[in-house]
Write a protein that binds this ligand. Structure first.
Ligand SMILES: Cc1cc2nc3c(=O)[nH]c(=O)nc-3n(C[C@H](O)[C@H](O)[C@H](O)COP(=O)(O)O)c2cc1C
Length: 389
């Protein structure tokens, strides 16, 4: 696949994987992207996951023909991009490895002595430095903590292409046509993996301001080659924790179905009161990272759960921990609890956010004793009015 006359795609699709990074369901596989830039010198952008070394090297060989790569640019040292660096060095012993100082530290930890004299092959690059391939010039932009500390982005100025490491990536292999387009799985990827590092993403977006970008080549997912502003805008919203879509997200757990009935009633009330978008999710049965994504997408969140051993039902506790760990902020949160003898989950849920910033808690709460009664419906009206105000 050609990205342009001088840039070829040499990445691979992984359909063997069940959990990406050991956590995320990827029913449509994953792509590990790699690119070859042709000029007087040839640069290969990143490697691929462990099981795909031969395929990747074959792809490079078919692309370069009787030439050999001069550089391997290592933007990110996570194993899904670095596992085959040693194989690359064995095949192309004269190629130089280009990476940040920290990446070389990781490279040594990963491969140790088996890399040979890496010092003779290494080119350490820092923020603002560049490497000329001929007409193509690679400008390195350090992107610490997007989402690992050693990450660099690479801007190729002659074709105005941003190689963005894992940023702007999405779940799904490239031979799977995603009917939902880029945003849905890119959002789940962002909040699942990068969400905690909003400040770092903001910092690198600032550095990119003023660059003309015509294509974004991420290490996962499709090459983005039109309406680039819309992708940058999404990253701007996500990394600043701004509200992306108006609406209410109700996340619940229910053992015997009574809390579920209550949230269905609450959703009805919210709609009657004019809330156009109400999304309801059963935390125990839906993909938890889809739920994390929706909590960040909408500005208003309702957490409804059963009291469990005088605390919060485990799946709800885990969900709140996911949000707090990702710096959940700038949101309004309302609580609904259920308990058969002593409902205490509302207070316990609120306590889990005690170190979070810029959260408004809705004062009106719903407290159900096993099954919803008329008084609970009254409480729901008060909660809905305050939430939507
Ligand atoms: C293992 C377990 C522990 C529970 N612990 C409490 C509790 O500490 N206090 C309480 O009032 N209810 C407790 N309950 C009752 C639940 O909160 C109960 O499921 C709820 O009142 C009914 O709502 P549901 O139909 O949505 O499950 C517990 C239930 C289970 C299964």
């Amino acid at each position: 696949m050609k990205i342009s006359k001088s840039i070829h795609y040499v990445g691979v699709n992984d359909h063997q994987i069940d959990l990406f990074e050991g956590l995320f369901n990827v029913p449509n596989g994953m792509s590990y992207n790699s690119y070859v830039i042709f000029d007087e010198k040839i640069a290969v952008m990143d490697s691929v996951g462990e099981n795909f070394g031969e395929e990747w090297l074959d792809n490079i060989e078919s692309a370069v023909g009787n030439r050999t790569p001069d550089y391997l640019i290592v933007q990110h040292m996570e194993m899904d991009h670095s596992a085959n660096i040693q194989k690359f060095i064995s095949k192309y012993p004269n190629a130089k490895i280009v990476a940040s100082k920290m990446a070389f530290g990781m490279l040594n930890s990963l491969f140790g002595d088996s890399l040979g004299k890496i010092s003779e092959k290494q080119i350490v690059v820092s923020d603002g430095e560049s490497l000329e391939l001929g007409e193509h010039i690679l400008h390195f932009v350090s992107a610490p903590n997007v989402h690992w500390p050693e990450v660099i982005f690479t801007y190729e100025s002659s074709e105005k292409i941003l190689f963005s490491a894992d940023a702007f990536g999405k779940f799904g292999a490239l031979d799977y046509e995603d009917p939902e387009g880029w945003a849905c799985e890119a959002r789940r990827y962002y909040f699942g993996i990068v969400g905690k590092f909003g400040t770092s993403v903001q910092a690198v977006l600032k550095k990119l301001e003023g660059l003309q970008i015509e294509k974004i080549c991420s290490l996962h997912g499709p090459v983005l080659d039109s309406d680039i502003e819309s992708y940058l805008q999404k990253y701007q919203i996500w990394s600043s924790y701004a509200v992306e879509s108006e609406g209410v997200f109700i996340a619940y757990t229910s053992v015997y179905g009574n809390t579920k009935k209550a949230v269905e009633k609450l959703a009805e009330i919210l709609k009657e009161k004019g809330c156009a978008k109400v999304v309801v999710a059963d935390l125990a049965r839906e993909d938890i990272y889809e739920c994390v994504e929706d909590a960040f997408r909408y500005g208003k969140l309702v957490l409804a759960t059963t009291t469990y051993n005088a605390g919060v039902f485990p799946t709800m506790r885990e969900f709140i921990e996911h949000l707090v760990a990702r710096n959940y902020q700038k949101r309004k949160i309302a609580f609904v609890e259920n308990g058969t003898w002593a409902p205490t989950a509302n207070k316990a849920m609120e306590r889990l956010f005690e170190n979070s910033q810029e959260i408004t808690f809705v004062k009106s709460k719903v407290s159900i004793k096993v099954a919803m009664i008329a008084a609970n419906v009254e409480q729901m009206h008060a909660l809905a009015d305050e939430l939507l105000a």
